[in-house]
Write a protein of this length. Structure first.
Length: 609
């Protein structure tokens, strides 16, 4: 006979298997509920519905909230140890209590009337339903997406897949009937182009944004720009890490590589900093823009607020989208230099990159901490520490050089052309904007087709170099360009090692810099050839310009893009995607990785140059 312990072990094993199955089914149900909630909200907002259909959807909302309520009740009862480890458990508990109140109000008042109390009407409002459903849905979807990192998917491909997914979702949402004005007809290729341009924070458009999209469509565009600027995986990982206990080690390693973080301990802090830095700068930018346009454009307050928020998000994310017919060259804002300067500064901050902003933030914090210690008498002199990294120095100096050189050259080339009729302050503001916006922003305050040929060439060069790594901008990046230039000087001098700021740059960094440059040049040549072959009537300079703009995720155009055919638009869609994700990132994800061998072949030389 089997001992009692054997049966106890078998029963315990069966219980563990059943509990795992129940947890899996609960998570699957919560994911399906979240997806259903998102689809219902999109359906209600995007299509013409009768009052009866809207009421039926409203009842479905409460059924979905009931499923969420049962799921979280299950979690609180049986997974309490896991919840205690979550960073956002207090928010989760608060949302759970609001969910309980909303459902209780609905059970007591299934049909709210104007005679009910204000509190009942607030908790039964559609705004509360939308906020609750979207928060819970995004939370559950983020957790499941975060779980995908456990699969054998290279980080580069995971990054690319996330952008492809949000582009596909954005394409569908932009084609909703309520997203475009009745007179506008948005084809699939145009919706795909616009969605790709928004997610890849480019700004190239094949339609007039102001005349094509409704407020809902513009809101969708702004959401796509925001998600594309921050990064889909950054956004979902932040949500998942906030409301999960101990995340798997492999997930943390993937995030460490994607965020270029030095240690695993700083991952959540980095995500938190990226999210709140973005939202904080955008909020400040929106306030300044609102102060600059208030009462000057003939809009009501709500439209002015939306205009300010949209352009602040578009500016910091280096997207270049505008709700005005002529972008920032529109007659309503063509001389509003406070608006131009604010947007330009947002572009600069967005193009610096989150690690660099964080580095400067730490430097400022260190400075004020030292001053405070000196004031209270705990420290007699300023304590110097090595805070500014080499990457920050290279990106900062390169950005400054490009801005100054771009400003001086633009001012000189266009002084008797597009700047001719402007005041001195207008010339300076416009020249500064002209130096900033090619750095992957896409806004324009002058007519690009009226610029001098030398200015067009300057703009293409700035578009190709682009912004800094880990920023909202594209291009080959400032650090790539700087490392390549420094290495060329090294080769000319016959020096073996690349040294700067008392640090040696490793060989792999130099190789990656040249690989990025070569790949970008090859892609521009191929894409230009494809468009030139498909559009034989197009001006070759304009074709080159559009390809530079797409690969650099800039968005500036010589008015060629709206006239292109379907094939040429598809080429630019692929170019924008490659420019945002990175050709080297895609190659490293597609090509089988090499395993280092413990042998070397005899060296030989090849004649180059």
């Amino acid at each position: 006979m089997f001992p009692v312990k054997h049966y106890w072990y078998k029963a315990k094993l069966l219980f563990l298997k059943l509990s795992k199955l129940l947890v899996f089914l609960a998570h699957l149900l919560s994911l399906l509920t979240g997806l259903a909630a998102c689809l219902l909200i999109v359906y209600e907002l995007g299509f013409d519905l009768t009052a009866g259909e809207r009421e039926s959807i409203r009842q479905l909302y409460y059924k979905l909230l009931t499923v969420f309520f049962l799921f979280y009740t299950f979690r609180f009862l049986f997974r309490i140890k896991e919840i205690r480890k979550e960073k956002g458990r207090r928010i989760e508990i608060g949302v759970y209590l609001v969910l309980l109140i909303v459902l209780a109000v609905h059970w007591q008042h299934p049909h709210v009337s104007p005679g009910d109390s204000l509190l009942v009407r607030i908790f039964d409002s559609r705004a509360i339903l939308y906020v609750l459903l979207l928060f819970l849905s995004i939370l559950e979807i983020s957790k499941r997406v975060f779980g995908v990192m456990n699969r054998h998917i290279p980080p580069g491909m995971l990054f690319a897949y996330s952008f492809l997914l949000i582009i596909a979702v954005g394409t569908g949402m932009l084609m909703l009937p309520h997203a475009t004005v009745p007179a506008a007809s948005l084809s699939f290729i145009d919706a795909l182009f616009t969605s790709t341009s928004a997610v890849c924070v480019t700004g190239l458009t094949v339609t007039d944004v102001s005349a094509t999209f409704t407020p809902l469509g513009l809101g969708i565009l702004m959401g796509l720009i925001q998600i594309g600027g921050i990064g889909v995986m950054t956004f979902t990982s932040f949500f998942a890490l906030s409301f999960m206990g101990n995340s798997p080690f492999k997930n943390n390693m993937v995030l460490k590589d994607m965020l270029n973080e030095e240690s695993l301990n700083g991952i959540f802090r980095t995500l938190l900093h990226i999210i709140f830095t973005t939202l904080g700068i955008e909020l400040i930018g929106a306030v300044v823009i609102y102060c600059g346009i208030c009462g000057t454009m003939g809009m009501d307050t709500a439209d002015e607020i939306f205009f300010s928020v949209f352009h602040s998000v578009s500016g910091f994310c280096n997207a270049g989208f505008s709700t005005l017919h002529g972008n920032l060259h529109d007659p309503m804002v063509s001389t509003n230099y406070l608006l131009h300067t604010t947007v330009a500064l947002l572009v600069v901050f967005g193009g610096l990159g989150f690690p660099i902003i964080s580095n400067f933030y730490r430097l400022i914090g260190h400075f004020f901490h030292n001053k405070w210690l000196q004031i209270i008498g705990k420290q007699k002199r300023y304590v110097h520490t090595k805070i500014i990294r080499v990457n920050t120095r290279i990106a900062g100096y390169t950005t400054l050089i490009l801005l100054v050189a771009g400003f001086v050259l633009f001012f000189a080339f266009e002084y008797d052309n597009t700047l001719k009729d402007l005041s001195l302050s207008g010339k300076i503001a416009t020249a500064f904007f002209g130096a900033v916006t090619p750095r992957t922003a896409g806004f324009n305050t002058v007519t690009l087709t009226s610029m001098m040929p030398a200015t067009v060439m300057l703009t293409m060069a700035l578009m190709w170099i682009g912004a800094s790594p880990m920023s909202t901008g594209g291009g080959v990046k400032t650090t790539t360009f700087a490392v390549a230039c420094l290495n060329m000087v090294n080769i000319a001098r016959g020096k073996q090692r690349l040294e700067i700021f008392k640090r040696e740059i490793n060989r792999m960094t130099i190789q990656r810099a040249f690989a990025v440059i070569v790949l970008s040049v090859v892609w521009i040549i191929v894409s230009t050839f494809c468009i030139a072959a498909a559009e034989p009537q197009a001006d070759p300079t304009a074709v080159f310009f559009e390809c530079f703009s797409a690969l650099g995720t800039v968005g500036l155009t010589l008015d060629l893009t709206p006239t292109l055919g379907t094939f040429s638009k598809a080429v630019l869609v692929a170019t924008m995607f490659v420019g945002r994700v990175g050709m080297l990132t895609l190659l490293s994800g597609l090509v089988r990785q090499y395993t280092e061998k413990n042998y070397t072949y005899p060296q030989d030389s090849v004649m180059v140059g």
